[in-house]
Design a protein around this ligand. Structure first.
Ligand code: C5P
Length: 209
């Protein structure tokens, strides 16, 4: 069997999660949203009332993360994402989670992993690397539409400020900052709907097969 390992990175809200799920489905590959692993650590700390910057507790929590028990419905809350980007700066936490992510990536038929450091750190030998991005304004508009579709309401300026703050934290950290791998294909989805982004991504993957 040919091993196909697809690495997808990009900032929050660029559409990489949806794209990763669509590609995994299309190529019949298992998929891991690595953001959920950082969210799981943050969620555990919050649930136990432990401070987010407390490395020893965060390390304990990271060891307990079980990839087969990541519950998106609990972990998708906005506050958990914010908290995740704070625990993600702790190098020991990253090391523990990266080991688990690499085990997932080593499945015989391959896999799709999405996150911030897949092409650069977790799977530098991936068959194909995509760096999915979109302008901060477009990502904020999409996030607002998502919230409104769930009957919620949000403020564009607040969402935009949140996105810019998270970008800064993810791109500015010392350990494994968010950046495109040298051999990543850049996919700017600012002017694309999900269907167009999926077609463009599929063409890049097919080309690499
Ligand atoms: O992608 P998601 O929004 O779920 O990620 C939450 C946070 O987890 C990110 O803002 C980032 O700080 C961290 N993360 C990371 N490396 C990854 C995936 C996520 O540092 N591979």
């Amino acid at each position: 069997m040919t091993r196909l390992l697809i690495a997808i990175d990009g900032p929050a809200g660029a559409g990489k999660g949806t794209l990763a799920r669509r590609l995994a489905d299309y190529y019949h590959l298992p998929h891991l949203d690595t953001g959920l692993t950082y969210r799981a650590v943050a969620h555990m700390l919050i649930a136990r009332g432990w401070p987010l910057g407390d490395a020893p507790h965060a390390i304990e929590a990271a060891k307990l993360v079980d990839l087969s028990a990541l519950d998106r419905s609990v972990l998708s809350a906005h506050a958990v994402g914010e908290a995740a980007s704070k625990v993600a700066v702790i190098p020991e936490v990253r090391k523990i989670l990266v080991d688990k992510q690499r085990t997932f990536a080593a499945q015989p038929g391959g896999a799709v992993l999405d996150g911030r450091d897949i092409g650069t750190v977790v799977c530098p030998d991936a068959s194909v690397k995509l760096y999915v991005t979109a302008s901060a304004e477009v990502r904020a508009r999409r996030r607002l539409a998502e919230i409104e579709a769930k009957d919620g309401s949000g403020d564009f300026a607040t969402i935009l400020a949140d996105i810019e703050r998270r970008d800064e934290r993810d791109m500015g950290r010392a350990d494994s900052p968010l950046k495109p791998a040298a051999d990543a294909h850049l996919l700017d989805t600012s002017e694309m709907d999900i269907e167009a982004a999926f077609c463009a991504a599929r063409a890049i993957v097919d080309d690499a097969l």
